[in-house]
Design a protein around this ligand. Sequence first.
Ligand code: NAP
Length: 282
Amino acid sequence: MEINGKAVSQQIRDEIKKEVDLISGRKPSLVVILVGEDPASQVYTGRKVKACKQAGMESKLIQLPDTTSQEELINLIKELNTAPDVDGILVQLPLPPQIDPDLIARTVHPEKDVDGFHPINLGKLFLGEDDGFIPCTPLGIIKLIEHFKIETAGKHAVIIGRSNIVGKPMAGLLMQRSPTGNATVTIAHSRTKNLEEVVRQADIVVAAIGKPKFVTKAMIKEDAVIIDVGINRLEDNSLVGDVDYENVKDHCRMITPVPGGVGPMTIAMLLHNTLKSYRARH
Ligand SMILES: NC(=O)c1ccc[n+]([C@@H]2O[C@H](COP(=O)([O-])OP(=O)(O)OC[C@H]3O[C@@H](n4cnc5c(N)ncnc54)[C@H](OP(=O)(O)O)[C@@H]3O)[C@@H](O)[C@H]2O)c1
């Protein structure tokens, strides 16, 4: 069965819009900062701003040249941190080499950190405290798990990839003592031995690697649920995930397609986090 993230995300976006429409006065507001002219980043930031507007929120894209210094970016973020009419600040990654993304993640005020990358918010996630912000992609996956009533308790979840924005927070959420947690979690990465064998043991596979069609049928246990986070553009300009979808789809219980699986949920969760931030200050 295909997990249709596009449909679920639309449903969530409609619900958020209804809530935003009921707000009189200042609407929730997101500022997106794009440094440089990376074409993929331009597409992503454009989609984020548009999605906010469609939900009735305020949204502004600040575009800076790729020669922007780290200090200039930090000064802009500090200004936005104290601006009373800004609820969310998102700095699009990747950043040019003169800017340290970890320092930038620490500069965004944790109460406006709708990407959930600040150490305070990642700490809250691992402690199971729910007043912080959870990174949008793992949160979107949890919403899919909730929506499709995918059982996680006692299941073996194998996450391939240990990035701070996907793999690690995903592990934290799936191991949490919660209705969408209680899984036994394994994180695999490029130094994992016998990866095929490890993944074959999984009831739930989360692939966040960044390598086209990396996960093959031979690596999947029948009946597994496959969550494909990867977004890879091929030479013919088509988009594929980290899972060999065509070969795996009839061999597993459920699978997210690319595009139309995890990606749309990420955007819906950005709106969710922006509304959450607004609610926390109103
Ligand atoms: N759908 C969405 O909204 C969304 C959001 C974010 C990211 N993405 C996509 O998801 C993918 C992953 O993103 P990311 O930011 O997490 O990537 P990342 O920071 O590059 O991390 C990739 C991870 O994959 C591991 N890896 C690489 N080659 C491997 C191999 N041969 N065997 C096992 N593990 C291997 C790496 O291991 P090491 O740590 O050992 O290097 C690393 O932990 C990308 O395609 C990205 O575009 C999608």
